[in-house]
Ligand binder design. Sequence first.
Ligand code: SF4
Ligand code: SF4
Length: 109
Amino acid sequence: MTRIPLVRLCEVSECGFNEANMCRAAAIQVGDEEVSVAPRQAAVAVHPRCDTFTPRRGAHFGAADLHAQVGSCKSESCKYNERFRCTAEAIIVGNHDGHADCKTYHRPG
Ligand code: SF4
Ligand code: SF4
């Protein structure tokens, strides 16, 4: 049976699904890569964002006994991405440039 990776840790405490660095959604989607090219440079910044991020509004979202899985991922340039499925053992989500990014992202080569 196909294994589905878990969100092992999420450091984004501003998200309503975050409870003590655990994601309490049933599953997350990792999203579109936002690519920015620095002026006159070939540098490319890749942002595999957590699309499920939702700003906290009082009570936690999700449920305390849920441990989020990675439902799908659109960051095709990641070495763990196979047909929009994440094949990593587990992922970590953290803050980057003011938004939630998958920190397990790894560009091959
Ligand atoms: S940012 Fe994403 S991984 Fe983190 S708690 Fe929110 S929904 Fe879960
Ligand atoms: S490790 Fe790669 S394939 Fe898996 S969720 Fe993160 S960016 Fe997507």
